[in-house]
Ligand binder design. Structure first.
Ligand code: 5GP
Ligand code: MG
Ligand code: MG
Length: 185
C-alpha cells in the first residue's frame, strides 16, 4: 500500500519511508555497539511493532532471537488505563537473557510501563526499550526508552504498523489521516 491507494484519506506524510529506514539504520548501529559480545532477545509487541521489528532486526549484526507478546489495555476511549491483560505471552524463558522490547509508539507509556515491570520480575539479565515513535505525553511516565526513533507531535498517526480501525498498517510511511476519515464513524 502507498499514498496512491489512499484516495483522499491522507492528510500529510509525517515520516517518509526513507526517513524511517535511515533512522532505523542509525538505531541499529548504536544497538550493535551497546550489545557487542551478547545475544539479544527482541520482544515485539503485537500488532503495531511488526514493521519496526522486521526492519530493525534485519539491520542488526548482533545475533538476535525474536519473540512476541500481545497485550490489551483496558481503557476508556482512546487513552490506555495502564491496566493490562496478556493475550499472548512469550514462548521464551527470558531468565538471564538480554531483552530488548521493540515498540512502534509510546504515547502515555502506561502499557509499556506495565510490560516493563512484568518482564523484570522474570529475571532477565538486562531490559531495554527501542521505539520508533514517542509522543510528548510519554514524558509524564517513568518510561525511559533507551532507543527512540522520532519524537512526534501529539497527533494520531497511522502507517508502518500503526492502524486506524485495523487499516493502514501496511503503509511504508507514517502519516496523518484526513479528518473526514474519523468523522465517518
Ligand atoms: P500508550 O499505552 O503508550 O498510551 O499506547 C499504547 C498503544 O496505543 C500503542 O502501542 C498504539 O497501539 C496505540 N497508539 C498510541 N498512539 C497512537 C497513534 O498516534 N496512532 C495509532 N495508530 N496508535 C496509537
Ligand atoms: Mg505498540
Ligand atoms: Mg491500534
Amino acid at each position: 500500500m502507498d499514498a496512491n491507494d489512499m484516495g483522499n484519506d491522507l492528510k500529510k506524510v509525517l515520516l517518509t519511508e526513507q526517513q524511517i529506514q535511515d533512522r532505523l539504520a542509525q538505531m541499529a548501529e548504536v544497538i550493535d555497539k551497546d550489545y557487542a559480545g551478547h545475544e539479544i532477545l527482541l520482544v515485539g509487541v503485537l500488532r503495531g511493532a511488526v514493521m519496526v521489528m522486521a526492519d530493525l532486526a534485519r539491520k542488526l549484526h548482533t545475533p538476535v532471537q525474536m519473540d512476541w507478546m500481545a497485550v490489551s489495555s483496558y481503557g476508556s476511549g482512546t487513552k490506555s488505563s495502564g491496566v493490562v491483560r496478556i493475550l499472548k505471552d512469550l514462548d521464551t524463558d527470558i531468565k538471564d537473557r538480554h531483552v530488548l522490547i521493540v515498540e512502534d509508539i509510546i504515547d502515555s507509556g502506561l502499557t509499556l510501563s506495565w510490560l516493563e515491570a512484568n518482564l523484570r520480575t522474570r529475571g532477565c539479565a538486562s531490559l531495554n526499550i527501542a521505539t520508533l515513535l514517542r509522543k510528548p505525553d510519554a514524558a509524564k511516565t517513568n518510561i525511559t526508552p533507551r532507543y527512540v526513533g522520532f519524537d512526534i507531535p501529539n497527533e494520531f498517526v497511522v502507517g508502518y504498523g500503526l492502524d486506524y480501525a485495523e487499516k493502514y498498517r501496511n503503509l511504508p510511511f507514517v502519516g496523518l489521516l484526513a479528518p473526514h476519515v474519523y468523522e465517518k464513524h
